[in-house]
Ligand binder design. Structure first.
Ligand SMILES: [Zn+2]
Length: 227
């Protein structure tokens, strides 16, 4: 039995991986329309290793690494999908449409990761007359759980108060946080985080933590959302 190995898209008699992803005319067209700089002697060439090496490392010398949202993994994937669609359905995918689709999928992935790794937190310091004196807002890298983030936010607020105000009473809309501070031994999985809070508490001789319903805590809630 003979297995035909010709390229389903251009009819080239030998369809290698390099051919399918980099050298077949529709694939080559995709690369030249993409953000990745191409040149006949540098990229793409007839060696799959040289091409992958270029995509992994060399192009970073050309493109600013911090702006590098180069969607080449998506491009490789969609070129491969376009090949399969041609092989099994006989359909052709427009190269420019493929590049745009790969770029938007890549951006959506980066955006989702950036948003997903951050959580906002905010505090306000009110004096005894309820007048806002100071406020702070920042983003944290998302922790193991929402409760971990609450503990982290309290630690940050306590450190801020220590530096900027004589405040000793803290309000939170998280009831679990209050029970954790009062019974740290009951929360062994938070031992490290709660120890830090206990150490900080030494600096607050009149330390108090009270529950403030979310409806009354709207200002710090708002700050957390805008962080
Ligand atoms: Zn081909």
């Amino acid at each position: 039995m003979r297995c035909d190995n010709y390229c389903p898209r251009c009819g080239d008699p030998e369809e290698s991986v390099t051919h399918a992803i980099f050298e077949c005319p529709p694939a080559l067209q995709v690369w030249s329309l993409s953000l990745t700089p191409t040149s006949p002697t540098i990229f793409p060439v007839s060696s799959v290793y040289t091409n992958i090496d270029y995509l992994f490392w060399k192009k970073n010398n050309i493109i600013e690494p911090q702006q590098d949202r180069n969607p080449y993994p998506w491009i490789i994937w969609y070129i491969w999908k376009a090949r399969i669609e041609k092989l099994f359905r006989g359909t052709d995918r427009d190269p420019l449409d493929l590049v745009r689709h790969a770029e938007s999928e890549c951006n959506a992935w980066f955006d989702a990761n950036e948003a997903g790794n951050q959580c906002g937190c905010g505090w306000v310091w009110m004096d005894s007359g309820g007048v806002i004196q100071l406020m702070g807002t920042r983003n944290f890298t998302r922790r193991e759980s929402a409760l971990h983030s609450e503990v982290e936010a309290l630690r940050w607020a306590m450190e801020n108060m220590l530096q900027h105000s004589p405040c000793q009473t803290f309000g939170t809309d998280c009831k679990e946080l209050i029970t954790m501070i009062k019974e740290p031994k009951a929360w062994p999985s938070f031992a490290t985080e709660l120890e830090r809070i206990e150490t900080l508490q030494i600096c607050f001789p009149d330390f108090k933590i009270i529950h403030v319903p979310r409806a009354r805590n709207h200002f710090s809630d708002f700050l957390a959302k805008t962080a």
